[in-house]
Ligand binder design. Structure first.
Ligand code: NAI
Ligand code: MG
Length: 332
């Protein structure tokens, strides 16, 4: 029995989560889903965007599924709070093209590994006088070592050739200086893996011009956030982009997208990003037989293109697409 904390959040969060839970419940596995709150609606109800009980439930579960939240100005970001509390230092964002879905290249398959605990997302901002605001960009040796080691280990596990470090060490000489130096130091422990590095601005272009040349990309928090949305755009958009936040103990799985207020409430959001995040959760729980099965079911639904949501050019609803995945699973 897997105890899973399920946080729907705001906007399309709860509806995509419902789709993913339906897919998980159709498997021959036992789950106990514990529904918890976070986000804007939660703030209005409970006076906080992330109640203590939500964090506690996550810590007591085998893993957490998170839909999406709507950001509220001047309030703690619940997803950042969760990532910090669970110390899930690696944000894994796989980018994979699907047959039948427009993609800039065929057969794209790479992964962005984003540092998840510091950088410009340290939430350390302050006013310096009346007309100046400052954000601290914190890069530590310890966190850099952890994330870079994680990326190399993943590359080995996955039989990949290369790890690419993305930084801006020509300008951010001290902070990204540390990151780049540690990258090459750690690369010495992995002589069979090619280690290379690019400046983030050049990388933004290379992701368009030669996205098929990458295996694992490791980078700091903000750069990873931006590049992974860009990369999602190469393979069909945010509706298909999953992510996992992984630490030494906990795992938190969420789509890359946000609460999509422009389509919220219409039940037309694409649940696949959330379903593929649940697939990453099954990998984390060592249930690879079932994760592979769902992956194939999703591939089949996208290949057939009979039941797809409007973001992919169809006119089906969120649950239609989740049910299409469940139907495919029955045939596997
Ligand atoms: P967004 O990711 O919510 O939406 C961007 C665009 O992609 C919109 O046009 C939306 O309709 C579309 N889209 C996203 N997911 C989709 C899906 N599953 N199916 C079909 N179309 C989809 O980003 P946006 O609009 O910048 O932010 C909206 C809110 O979400 C903001 O409050 C933002 O701060 C928050 N946000 C929350 C995140 C989280 O919970 N982890 C991550 C990113 C943003
Ligand atoms: Mg983002």
């Amino acid at each position: 029995m897997f105890k899973i904390t399920a946080i729907g959040g705001d906007g399309i969060g709860p509806e995509v989560l419902k789709g993913a839970i339906a897919v998980l419940e159709s498997l021959d596995l036992n789950f106990d889903f514990i529904e918890m709150e976070a986000g804007k609606v939660c703030l209005m109800k409970n006076g906080t965007t992330i109640p203590e009980e939500t964090i506690k439930a996550s810590k007591k579960s085998h893993a957490t599924l998170f839909g999406a939240i709507t950001t509220v100005d001047n309030q703690e970001s619940p997803i950042i709070a969760l990532r910090k509390n669970l110390n899930v230092y690696a944000n894994l964002r796989p980018i994979k093209s699907f047959e039948g879905i427009n993609s800039l290249y065929d057969g794209l398959d790479f992964c962005i590994v984003r540092e998840n605990t510091e950088g410009l997302y340290s939430e350390s901002e302050y006013y310096d006088g009346e007309d100046t605001a400052v954000a601290r960009r914190i890069i530590t040796e310890k966190a850099s070592e952890k994330i870079i080691n994680f990326a190399f280990k993943k590359a080995v596990e996955d039989n990949r050739e290369k790890v690419t470090c993305v930084h801006k060490a020509n300008v951010l000489k001290k902070t990204d200086g540390i990151f780049k130096e540690i990258f090459y130091k750690i690369s010495n422990n992995y002589p069979k893996i090619i280690a290379e590095d690019y400046y983030v601005d050049a990388m933004a272009m290379y992701l368009i011009l030669r996205a098929n040349k990458f295996d694992y990309i490791v980078t700091t928090n903000l750069f990873g956030d931006i590049l992974s949305d860009e990369a999602a755009g190469l393979v069909g958009g945010l509706g298909l982009a999953p992510s996992g936040n992984i630490g030494d103990k906990y795992g938190l799985f969420e789509p890359v997208h946000g609460s999509a207020p422009d389509i919220a409430g219409e039940n037309i959001s694409n649940p696949i990003a959330m379903i593929l995040s649940a697939v990453m959760m099954l990998d984390f729980l060592d249930e690879k037989y079932y994760s592979n099965k769902i992956r194939i079911a999703v591939e089949n639904v996208l290949k057939k293109k009979k039941i797809i949501t409007p973001d992919l050019g169809g006119n089906n609803k969120t649950m239609d697409m989740a049910n299409a995945v469940i139907d495919e699973l029955k045939n596997l």
